[in-house]
Ligand binder design. Structure first.
Ligand SMILES: *Cc1c(COP(=O)(O)O)cnc(C)c1O
Length: 376
């Protein structure tokens, strides 16, 4: 059996009339950049998310950069973030001229180790960017407490956690702003690059919108130098067509995760991902931890037609891009240890029970072989 890592084709097959119609409308109306399809989606997303403002931008990376810039963060400043994430989270800090300061991850939930944030705060610290990684909420109330005690902004990187909740509240709505990616493979994905910023702060919303459109609030009225990071009409229309399905898709992902966890719970050397008790997980990724032999397991699964992936093979402080910082494994022991143990299994709403059983039984088969070989 073949189990791909993601399957955007099946999703398209099921939504074909809506998606095709959405795209055709944008072309018929030649509403390619910004325009009514973009403002409709922004309104729908803000409503669904329960926030005052949604600003569509070109991608999820720009979303972070724009918020940082419009909060006045730049050279000489420090921004605290987490050691395991996609590089967008830290590169955008660098793009402003500020310095990313990394914090290790918590051993169970893979998110920022909140108890280690305070020791990284200096007089130059301006903000914290927690990431709700893999679709699971970071311990955001504790992050907010530390931030308010030290007068820091919190920007939530919500690229992997659309509609996940912490204490019944959507992640991305705790800090001054939440940023989203609608990259095709994300839980809510466009048909190209797309992103958004959500916030309840009127003035920040106005400034982000302006900055993302060449610094102009009205055409030709450029208040500041900005950038070109606009959401395009086709992406917005595709997102509007998909938005009504997101909660059902997240529910399906949870059901898949429940089945995986049930089947993997007692497999020796394998740790399925636990869900934080007061939070909901939207399983953008289903990441297991393998005590020993992770790469061997990955090859074994590949040979059985199962595609897996690693998020991420190198934690941020150990990337070549940060070599000049001379970070040592002992500074981020958990992130460093886990980069050789984590494995992301196939996960998407369209998976069926048979596929999940096949993946889980293949893992069980591998452990049986691997541990017998080891003991001999
Ligand atoms: C995908 C992702 C981003 C960036 O989104 P793009 O739309 O690809 O620019 C940022 N942060 C995290 C954690 C992501 O997974």
């Amino acid at each position: 059996m073949n189990v791909p890592f993601v399957d955007l084709e099946t999703q398209y097959d099921r939504l074909r009339p809506e998606i095709d119609d959405a795209i055709q409308c944008v072309i018929d109306d030649t509403a390619f950049v910004r325009g009514p399809y973009v403002s409709d989606f922004e309104e729908e997303y803000a409503d669904a998310y329960g926030v005052d403002h949604c600003i569509g931008v070109a991608n999820g990376t720009d979303a972070i950069y724009i918020v940082l810039r419009m909060l006045g963060i730049g050279p000489g400043d420090e921004v605290i973030t987490v050691a395991n994430s996609w590089i967008s989270t830290s590169e955008t800090i660098g793009q402003t001229g500020a310095k990313p300061v990394f914090v290790d991850i918590e051993p169970d939930y893979y998110n920022i180790a909140v108890d280690q944030i305070a020791e990284k705060i200096t007089e130059d610290t301006k903000a914290i960017i927690p990431v709700h990684l893999f679709g699971q909420a970071a311990e955001i109330d504790a992050v907010m407490e530390i931030a308010s005690a030290h007068d820091l902004y919190v920007i939530e990187d919500t690229a992997q956690a659309h509609f996940a909740e912490y204490d019944g509240q959507h992640v991305g709505t705790f800090g001054i702003a939440g940023t989203f990616s609608f990259y095709p493979g994300k839980n809510l994905g466009a048909y190209g690059d797309a992103g958004a910023i959500v916030t309840n702060h009127d003035e920040l919303a106005r400034r982000c919108r302006m900055f993302s459109d060449h610094g102009a609030s009205e055409k030709h009225d450029h208040e500041i130098e900005g950038i070109n990071s606009r959401l395009d009409g086709i992406q917005a229309a595709v997102l509007s067509a998909k938005l009504p399905h997101i909660l059902e898709w997240n529910r399906r992902r949870n059901e898949n995760a429940r089945q995986y966890t049930e089947l993997l719970r007692d497999v020796p050397g394998i740790t399925p991902p636990p869900v934080r008790p007061n939070a909901s997980h939207v399983f953008h990724l289903y990441v297991i931890r393998v005590d020993e032999g992770r790469d061997d397991l990955q090859d074994f699964l590949e040979n059985r037609g199962i595609s897996t992936s690693i998020h991420y093979p190198k934690a941020l402080p150990f990337l070549k891009a940060y070599e000049h910082r001379n970070h040592k494994p002992s500074e981020f022991p958990v992130a460093h240890d886990y980069q050789d143990r984590i494995l992301s299994l196939p996960m998407y709403p369209e998976m069926n029970e048979e596929m999940i059983k096949y993946v889980a039984s293949s893992i069980r088969k591998w452990t049986e072989q691997f541990y017998t070989k080891e003991r001999r």
